[in-house]
Design a protein around this ligand. Sequence first.
Ligand code: FAD
Length: 466
Amino acid sequence: ARGKLRAEVVVLGAGPGGYTAAFRAADLGKQVVLIERYSTLGGVCLNVGCIPSKALLHAAKTLTEAKEADQYGIHFGRPEIDIGKLCSWKESVVGKLTKGLSMLAKQRKVTVIHGAGKFANSHLIEVETSDGIETVSFEHCIIAAGSSAARIPILPDNECIIDSTGALALTEIPPRMLIVGGGVIGLEMATVYHALGSKISIVEQMVQLIPGADADLVKPLHKRLKAGCEAIYLNTSVSRIEVDGKEVQVFFEGEQAPEPQRYDRVLVAVGRRPNGKLINAEAAGVSVDEHGFITVDKQMRTNIAHIFAIGDIVGDPMLAHKASHEGKIAAEVIAGHKVAFDARTIPSVAYTDPEVAWMGLTETEAEKQGIAYEKAVFPWAASGRAITLARDEGMTKLLFDKTTRRILGAGIVGAHAGELISETVLALEMGADMQDIGLTIHPHPTLSETVLFSAELAEGTITDLY
Ligand code: FAD
């Protein structure tokens, strides 16, 4: 063991929050130690989250597009899927990025320790490494220990019941699979396994899929999933699962609950729990709430002045770009900069087919809060670009203030919605109004024009769709 280390800044956890914080602190001249229990850097996002899921979704998209090319006279025949090769490719994508992070750490002289870290006191962390306990004393600490998949306590421990990490491991294509949880992670995995040939059912206890997004945005996605899936059960939850050899029998409850069904696999994607209870935070005096979240102020400071926390462990939305933004702020505050978290919005994207993206105020929130908003909706059936893609089921919606006409929120459903939403985020950050967007020349024919057309509809500079 290296024994005792001293750090100006120690970062606990090397996910998108932790590595961003560590790199920023090092760039600002701090001597940094980064502690990570996994063998690679990158956290959930790179190893078992954002990146492997997007690699598999890309493969799924290739399959779907090949199948749907039939409609314009191109026939590929039945695809042959080599699961082993698909898996190695996904792993190579992850490997490229995690190796890149190790290099970036080295370049910045960030000391990386692999092992599980726990607070011993308010200036000391003990790390259990493969060759013994190592201690790191620190001036400042940034807790970035992230989150883990939530479990449903009543479900038995069985290899047929998997979480997102198991689903991403992709060892086989189960003939029949149930996805428990109609949120973003569950629906992304549903999209992957459906394209690979599994018969998919989805059960969600709320009234709609992706409960955080407006219903009109989710509708085109729901419609397409419904056409491809075996069943979508809303307002329904799983009450019991019985394991029977290589199959499981699932019992449902709720007014529209179906009869018990048999599946080969059940993927539980019912949210994520913060890891706040796993780091012995109380030894440092850091308050952790009953769920495992750590409360921070706008400078990402915990109740202990020299200890900061960022990312999934400080609360929703549990998103990588929120974690990394917070990481930069914590590092800069430690370096003495006068900065704080003041982003006006954190965009959300479901990389499903079609994609759903939203930012700022949703219509549901606007109505609940009694905000005087107006909206402009541009259906993609009138977008030349969407029609050339043979995918015109999307829509672009802008919400704006009735008086100032400034953008308040946006929602987009359709191909590449995740890319398209950024323009509206910038508009919100810049305080743009409908005229600003409407007077901005967008390239033709693109899907980004649908943002322009929505603003023009709002301004009355186009009235009819052409
Ligand atoms: P994490 O990424 O959770 O990293 C925390 C790190 O801390 C981990 O590496 C962990 O091993 C380490 N750690 C924890 N405790 C200790 C300890 N005691 N000692 C040492 N190390 C420790 N977000 C998006 O924005 N876009 C997406 O497309 C997206 N897709 C996702 C898909 C899936 C399947 C999943 C599960 C999540 C997805 N997310 C996505 C969410 C995203 O992964 C998280 O929001 C993000 O990783 C949070 O970053 P973080 O730095 O807070 O923590």
